[in-house]
Design a protein around this ligand. Sequence first.
Ligand code: IFM
Length: 467
Amino acid sequence: MTLTFPPGFLWGSAAASYQVEGAAQEDGRTPSIWDTFSHTPGKTLGGDTGDIAIDQYHRFRDDVRLMSDLGMAAYRFSVSWSRVQPTGRGPAVQRGLDFYRSLVDELLAAGIQPALTLYHWDLPQELENTGGWPERETAERFAEYAGIVAEALGDRVEFWITLNEPWCSAFLGYGSGVHAPGRTERLAPLRAAHHLNLAHGLGAQALRAALPARAQIAISLNPAVVRPLTQQPQDLDAQRRIDALANRVFSGPLLRGAYPSDLIADTAAITDWSFVRDGDLAVIKHPLDALGINYYTPSLVSAATSDGPATRNDGHGASEHSPWPGSERVAFHQTPGERTEMGWTVDPTGLHELLMRYTREAPGVPLYITENGAAYDDKPDADGVVHDPERIDYLRAHLAAAHRAIADGADLRGYFLWSLMDNFEWAYGYSKRFGAVYVDYATQTRVPKASAHWYGQVARTGEVADA
Ligand code: IFM
């Protein structure tokens, strides 16, 4: 059977500044927390850094041509804050803005719609030096930065995403420490989550003030699909706790203007949440023109059974520090089934579940899948061809789940593959290849894998054929 997506459905790919740009020290860019973190021994696999990445800063014209050749209709990229505003405060650097203007112009000339993410984890180091996301001032600085980028690119970019996966910034950055800035605290992730929410709200206000009315303002979340190991009350409680910390800490204020009362109770030993000031929640509940959902795999949880530390196979990297403040006694289990190179189970039902959940929770807000994809250990064969049938199967199954959600009433408007090209996979360095295009990091040669041709055909026709 062939699945046909609605006319106008947007087909694209996604990437992030630190993962693809390189040129870490060029044209006035200063270090972000990821530069500092990746240059700290032991923080990334093999000591890999984004110094060069896939050199998109210099190769963007070729990369846009490749996107066009493959039939992509949209490109979701992120702006490096410290390239545009090196100290995270004050005046912008024109050369930084010029780079993004050139990239956007190249995309538009190729008929590819730009979707701009303002923040994909690379906080200017200067702002971390003054406390980072646990401090309120960082949210205020973000709004200033959002205004600068909107003034510079608002005439040519219509799709704006404030933050990418604020859960990772808050809980992996300040809780488990597997992401930059690598802090391992209990209160800081909760403060960071609130200030990221506030940054979204203040940023959305700044964007709205500077952008033409046609602009769409969105946020990309990575909501967890949390399943209980059993239906026992203690496992259902574990599910509720992780749902609060992974999902409702964001969707509560964003969509309903309130933090969930159970989250506040679960974290009562850590904080009274007095860092949430009067008026913050109204700012955070700024109307969304769209909601971005990033999905890879579900989580399986139970109450921990022994007195020792709970087993934590939550797919977010190994750390002796939990990213779940107040719910450290929840155990994570490997979900059954086939896995990708990340160890993440392939389960498209989770995508359908999320799309239906946000259809209910955000009525009237169009949804976009702003990331979905899989890492596999792809290599060119003797003829230089890269066969990646697992990725094609993964994509086909997830697109079928998305199609089913549309049939079930989800207002899903587009899909961004993560990622078009192999790139720097954070703490895993270059060891995990998510791209539909193989990148030889030594030569920077790009080789479209079989999945790139497959996905290009989907993008051109709006149809997904059965295997
Ligand atoms: O590479 C990341 C991306 O930066 C954010 N979402 C998940 C991807 C795969 O881990």
